[in-house]
Write a protein that binds this ligand. Structure first.
Ligand code: HEM
Length: 435
């Protein structure tokens, strides 16, 4: 009996010892395994295919994508989180370091990724679809027109377009005018006539507007919808590049005027700068590139307006290899969405970020913090054109007209780019000095 007890407790001790050793081996193995295994960023993938698409679009419609979609998830998961949008597993990244990493690694780790509908309409020959050398070549073509030699000519062309536009649409509009729609027509004309050298015929604008409606349409294959896009339309839509210009610039102009209207001190300073420039001119003179360079405060106002109201929320990339970033893995084929708001609205990047303060641009802003025009190899190709368009338009309007917003608190809608929901109507009259 004693023998039996002894033998049982010996086996029991041996068993416990074996279990302890085995657990230790397994634990060490597991730790080592976890060490090598990188994890996906935290976040919710939601239902298959749909994921969090509905929440994303709902926030987008209200122009509260950052506040209602991104920010609550950042609070829960951090600056980098995963989700699923329109069928694609997606990582949303925020912050200067993420912007630098993903934007500067275009073609090496990621490529730009547009909705299928945009690609169908723009065709595979548009710059957005080109990679590497072909992309560089196309950018070179645009770059030539926007080189400093080209810019001088561009300034005089833009001035003429603006003057003609104001004479045609503004001078007789005593009942007021929609600032947003008017600048859309103007920027459209500027891009076609001043950049591409193509005369805009009546009706061209509305045709392009109609086509643009399809560019960001949700990628749903409605029966028969493919057949509606003719070959001719697809070819024509290579020019859809131009649309990279027209909604964005018009929104930037509209928000600049909104900010000027809401900040009288800023209006005074800006007007002073523009009148100084005007005083140096004799009748019939147009602006020069040198004049545009003197518009330092006006450009600060426009930049600050684009910080608070970036015309582009961010854009999608696709990982072409497995990417490691900040301890997370982003698998090949997944999408990455970088955002402007992630830095523009971050108090670590901009002190008191919700305050409109153009003079913050007197200081140098670190790279990849202020990114309304993107960055890296896909930095906006039309940056110079957009800048001149905004400055010249502001110059003519503030020096020639007395104007005020009809709806000072007009809502902004997004579909998918932001726009003032009533088209920003303004009251206007020729200013006394100009009469
Ligand atoms: C305020 C006005 C504008 C803003 C805020 C803006 C913003 C942007 C942004 C953020 C990108 C990068 C998109 C990405 O990384 O996926 C971009 C690209 C581009 N923009 Fe602009 N843009 C403006 C005006 C213009 C104008 C006037 C043109 C006229 C030609 C233009 C042509 C382009 C082109 C061609 C690209 C693609 C560049 C490439 O893929 O290499 N943009 N723009």
């Amino acid at each position: 009996m004693a023998m039996e007890i002894y033998s049982n407790s010996a086996s029991w001790a041996f068993f416990c010892f074996a279990v302890a050793i085995l657990s230790a081996i397994l634990l060490t193995h597991k730790r080592g395994h976890n060490k090598n295994k990188k994890k996906l960023p935290p976040g919710e993938m939601g239902l298959p295919w749909i994921g969090e698409t509905m929440e994303f679009f709902k926030a987008q419609r209200k122009n509260r994508m950052f506040e209602e979609f991104v920010q609550p998830r950042m609070a829960k998961y951090g600056k980098i989180f995963k989700t699923r949008l329109m069928g694609s597993p997606t990582i949303i990244v925020n912050g200067a370091e993420a912007n630098r990493f993903f934007l500067s690694n275009e073609f090496k780790l990621v490529i730009s990724s547009w909705p299928t509908t945009s690609v169908q309409l723009m065709g595979s020959n548009s710059i957005m679809e080109k990679q590497g050398d072909q992309h560089r070549c196309l950018r070179g073509l645009i770059g030539n027109t926007l080189s400093s030699a080209g810019l001088e000519v561009l300034v005089s062309k833009i001035c003429k377009s603006v003057e003609l536009h104001l004479e045609k649409y503004w001078n007789n509009s005593i009942d007021g005018i929609s600032l947003y729609h008017s600048t859309k027509v103007l920027t459209f004309t500027i891009v076609f006539e001043c950049l591409l050298g193509i005369k805009v015929e009546s009706g061209t604008f509305s045709t392009f507007e109609r086509i643009l409606d399809g560019v960001f349409a949700p990628p749903l294959a409605f029966p028969g919808s493919r057949g509606e896009i003719t070959e001719e339309e697809v070819i024509d839509n290579v020019v859809l590049l131009v649309f990279a210009a027209h909604d964005t610039t018009s929104f930037a102009v509209a928000m600049t005027f909104k900010m000027i209207a809401q900040h009288p001190d800023c209006h005074t300073l800006l007007l002073r700068e523009q009148i100084e420039i005007m005083k140096q001119k004799t009748e019939g003179d147009i602006l020069t590139l040198e004049d545009a360079r003197k518009m330092k405060y006006t450009w600060q106002v426009a930049r600050e307006s684009m910080r608070l109201f970036p015309p582009i929320f961010g854009s999608f990339r696709k990982a072409i290899v497995d990417i490691e970033f900040e301890g997370f893995i982003i698998p090949r084929g997944w999408k990455v969405l970088w955002t402007t708001h992630g830095t523009h609205y971050n108090e670590e990047c901009f002190e008191d970020p919700l305050k409109f303060n153009p003079s913050r641009f007197e200081e140098t802003i670190p790279p990849y913090v202020y990114i309304p025009f993107g960055g890296g190899p896909r930095l906006c190709a039309g940056y110079q054109l957009a800048k001149l368009n905004i400055l010249i338009f502001v110059h003519y309007v503030v020096t020639r007209y007395d104007w005020s917003l009809i709806y000072p608190d007009e809502q902004i809608t997004m579909d998918p780019l932001p726009f003032p929901s009533h088209g920003m109507p303004i009251k206007l009259s020729l200013s006394l000095e100009y009469k």
